[in-house]
Design a protein around this ligand. Structure first.
Ligand code: ASP
Length: 444
């Protein structure tokens, strides 16, 4: 029998009721043998995550302040879950150890890691699974970089004779034995590492949404869920700000050819989104829209340069890009004409060196005209099927034209995986809605 690595996020384990759902999901499939929990997250919108409560205690401890009241709230949450589930266990010794440690050595990563550690203890007991401390198997170098090979070896060694295991997410230890966490949301990364190490047939990432949405629900009402997305498409959309998964959670599974399935703990009947590599058998999909997703981001500026006969001047582009390079600015897009060049950059990065960059461009390439336009939004229309479909770009622009939206920039990567459009920030939401209508509503 194959196995599945399953990770449950903080909202999936925020209280006893959520624990029950997680229990039922795990027990409904005997392949769900390796479980990675987050710390208890928010139960309601202005609730506080356990991880944040722990950071607060650590900060107080670091300033020599009393944190017993705040720590009591953490204890109450865990004890509430234990009592409500009716399991016979006590975390009192663990709580004492944490308080002692925070008083003598208030280290932020140690503090943050305890949320997952304690939750893992409860979940293992509740499921009757083995508990494996992540600090025994997830290994970082002394600078805090994950050592993937060593980690995979340690996980395999540890799990060799175990039927099942709960391995807390988010943390591990350095080669010197110091507790170290990933960046926030890092339990996703632990899940991906475990999936790799146990050669899982799938990495299920259980959260509180039924997968990636085609567009931002704050912009498009009730958007469709993306059924299947490739790793490359996901990267394009994530770069534009669409996020569900920690960025570093992709590599360990992608390199091992393991698909990720984003699932909803509160709606386990939903299939969720499958994240797959290019060689996946896409014929299994039921929906087949031309595009996979749309995402947009505000906060860009374009530097527009004009110079007669620019195309004859060898090294013109290089000189301009060198100026950006020397000022520490990376560029996003650079569409150009015969005598014009337009470079899109992040406005906040440009701000501190704006006048300097303009002066240097004037001095180095002596343009007829140079200006900077702010308030640009970039939107990406992403889809692996665009490559084999004629008329996609025409439809994108028809939808802009009908809405009288002025397109300021167009870029289509050579992979034909996405079309990038620059519009005024004020037009971004409407542009996304129009494209959604054109490709999703009218293709349904
Ligand atoms: N508990 C950690 C956080 O709040 C890690 C995670 O949930 O993945 O960021």
């Amino acid at each position: 029998m194959g196995n599945k690595a399953v990770k449950f996020g903080g909202s999936s384990l925020a209280d006893a009721n959520q624990f029950r759902k997680v229990h039922d999901i795990i027990k409904s499939d005997p392949k769900r043998k390796y479980v990675v929990p987050s710390a208890p997250g928010k139960r309601f919108s202005d609730d506080i995550k356990i991880t944040d409560m722990l950071y607060k205690c650590c900060e107080s401890a670091g300033s020599g302040l009393d944190f017993s009241e705040d720590f009591q709230k953490i204890k109450d949450r865990y004890n509430g879950i234990i009592a409500d589930l009716g399991i016979n266990m006590s975390l009192d010794d663990e709580f004492d150890t944490i308080v002692k440690e925070l008083k003598s050595r208030p280290a932020k990563d140690y503090a943050g890691s305890r949320g997952e550690y304690l939750n893992g203890k409860i979940l293992a007991k509740y499921l009757d699974y083995n508990f494996v401390d992540a600090s025994d198997v997830i290994i970082f170098d002394t600078k805090g970089t994950l050592l993937l090979d060593e980690t995979v070896k340690a996980v395999r060694q540890k799990l060799k004779n175990l039927e099942n295991a709960v391995i807390p997410g988010f943390y591990g230890r350095t080669t010197e034995g110091v507790i170290k966490t990933f960046s926030r949301g890092g339990s996703d990364v632990t899940g991906a590492i475990i999936a790799n190490a146990v050669n899982a047939e799938i990495y299920e990432n259980w959260t509180d949404v039924s997968g990636f949405l085609v567009a931002d629900p704050r912009i498009v009402e009730n958007p469709d869920v993306i059924e299947t997305i490739t790793y490359r498409e996901l990267r394009e959309l994530a770069y534009m700000g669409a996020s569900v998964l920690h960025e570093d959670a992709i590599f360990p599974v992608r390199s091992a050819g393991i698909p990720i399935n984003i699932r909803n703990t509160n709606r386990p009947e939903d299939a969720g989104t499958m994240i797959v590599s290019n060689d996946y058998d896409f014929s299994r999909e039921s929906l087949g829209h031309t595009i996979t997703g749309i995402a947009g981001k505000k906060g860009f500026s374009t530097i527009n340069i004009e110079k007669a006969m620019m195309n004859n001047e060898i090294g013109f582009g290089m000189k301009v890009l060198n100026i950006l390079y020397n000022n520490g600015i990376s560029f996003e897009h650079m569409p150009s004409g015969i005598d014009t060049m337009s470079i899109t950059v992040d406005s906040s990065k440009l701000a501190p060196v704006r006048d300097k960059v303009l002066a240097e461009i004037r001095r180095e390439v002596n343009p007829d005209h140079v200006d900077i336009e702010d308030g640009i939004a970039i939107l990406a229309v992403v889809g692996r099927r665009m490559k084999n479909t004629r008329g996609t770009v025409a439809r994108v622009f028809a939808s802009m034209a009908h809405a009288r939206i002025n397109v300021k920039l167009i870029d289509q990567g050579s992979s034909e995986l996405n079309v990038i459009i620059g519009v005024s920030e004020n037009d971004l939401a409407e542009a996304i809605r129009r494209i959604y209508d054109m490709f999703i509503n009218s293709e349904s």
